[in-house]
Design a protein around this ligand. Sequence first.
Ligand SMILES: NCc1[nH]cc(CCC(=O)O)c1CC(=O)O
Length: 308
Amino acid sequence: MKKIIRIGTRDSELALWQANTVQEKLESLGFDTILVPIKSTGDQVLDKPLYELGITGIFTKTLDIAMLKGQIDIAVHSMKDVPTLLPKGIVQAAVLEREVTQDILVHKGLDFLENEGNVTIATGSLRRKAQWLNKFPHHNVVDLRGNVNTRLLKLIENDWQGAIFAKAGLKRIKLLPKDVMDLDWMVPAPAQGAMMVVAMENDAHCLEALSQLNHKETEVATAIERDFLRTLEGGCTAPIGALAEINTEQVHFKGVLYSLDGKEKIEIERQIKLNQTQDFGSTCAKEILANGGVKLMDLIRNENSTLH
Ligand SMILES: NCc1[nH]cc(CCC(=O)O)c1CC(=O)O
């Protein structure tokens, strides 16, 4: 009998769309699959403390646990939500071709850009908040959480001028409004717009199947961005953006670190040959750390610990 690949996914509309895409690709290659939607409650218990297994990401934790318990074979994630260090035993098995990378502002008219009055923009992301405040220091930025659908509803219900989203997410579930503002000046999150599929490192069958879904260019670009993030953050969340773009034989990289209030910014922009990208992301991060980044990261760590 053929082994059926159990595909674990969160149950938001975007997560299901992404898992369906992986399912269709595997099926068209001749693999048998089944979707296993799992509520992302994060409160399931294993016989070992989570930190011992290296389980951290709030979006990925539930699926990691299901996989370690043997309830699913593979899991599909938005790659930008995946912590840079994977839990023991779980490996990156495929990265799918990237969607558009940029952030967008969903708004109710752009007259606020000329207004002197109170402007309120909503986002739950430190990175987006810092970059917005750097450009518009007099605006208010308020917190906005929940999945994409919830956040769109909250924007409609509240008296805000706009909210920031990843264009890829809204495009995928066909909720991208006609007149959004592309924020091309905003540096996206590392791996934004890409999907990662993980599997158990000893599961040869799934690893072989998933290798056929891997998109090499996206894998290279996201590896650079995540190396940059891993070296810079050291396990703490900070306003960090990174984008590697490949044009034939060249990679163009831009990385930024902001203070939480957006007033300070350290950035790096570099080109490198496509065949020389080994350690490139972490080299760029080390340069930021040497240019005042160590001090800025210390400050962010202190402010984060007084907030929580
Ligand atoms: N943090 C939530 C999240 N994770 C992935 C996406 C969108 C898809 C992507 O960026 O790959 C989103 C929503 C958003 O940022 O607006």
